[in-house]
Design a protein around this ligand. Structure first.
Ligand code: ZN
Length: 222
């Protein structure tokens, strides 16, 4: 299979991070595609929001149902409504918002999809800077997976992680530099309680997002 280095596939959820990555990809590649996953998340309207943003961005959008992922393991508060979400990161383990294997499955499926469509570049919004302690958001995992995917399919995929070494405030700056600050602020869904834009303000995702926003706006007004 010949992979086109000017094509990129964004693993896209409609949140702040992957939306910023979508517009980053549009800046750096000629043809951009968005792939969205249903994985049994409580807030399935996430997918509708993602589709709407992709439409606005003029990017072809496709969704795949991979809800078997959440049935493989128990104890995740994002997919099991009976579990109370961890408010803080536990000292020794990832918080119960962690979906084991999620990024492994997403990127592996994305790579097969990309191969089918002749797309060389994969883009994901993972970050190890001030994230929640998810092991599959770390740079070492992404590098390792990139090698494994290439060996698995004898291809030359390149996984891009534009947010890996920047924090939430810098992610807001990147969105602003890309000219999509308002779109990211108003249209994306990051909140674990399913509220668009500035969100519920209480869940860990909202707190992280809002703190980054406050830091960025403060630095901008100096
Ligand atoms: Zn929230």
């Amino acid at each position: 299979m010949i992979l086109d280095k000017k094509k990129a596939l964004v693993v896209f959820s409609g949140g702040q991070d992957s939306t910023t990555c979508l517009f980053w990809a549009k800046k750096h590649f000629d043809q951009v595609y968005a792939l969205c996953f249903r994985y049994g998340q409580k807030h399935v309207k996430e997918v509708d929001i993602a589709r709407g943003i992709a439409e606005k961005a003029g990017v072809p959008f496709e969704e795949k149902d991979v809800s078997f992922i959440s049935q493989l393991s128990s104890g995740c508060s994002l997919t099991d409504t009976s579990i109370t979400m961890d408010k803080e990161k536990p000292a020794t383990a990832p918080p119960n918002t962690f979906v084991p294997g999620r990024n492994l499955f997403f990127l592996s499926i994305a790579a097969v999809y990309a191969r089918e469509h002749g797309i060389m570049n994969l883009v994901t919004g993972v970050s190890q800077t001030d994230f929640s302690g998810y092991p599959d958001c770390r740079d070492s995992f992404i590098r390792s997976l990139n090698v494994s995917l290439n060996l698995a399919m004898d291809e030359q995929f390149v996984i891009h992680t534009p947010l890996m070494w920047i924090d939430k405030a810098e992610t807001w700056k990147l969105a602003d530099d890309l000219g999509v600050f308002d779109l990211v602020r108003n249209e994306t869904l990051t909140c674990y309680n399913g509220i668009k834009g500035d969100g519920c303000g209480e869940c860990p995702a909202c707190k992280l997002r809002r703190h980054g926003l406050e830091v960025y706006l403060k630095s901008k007004n100096k």
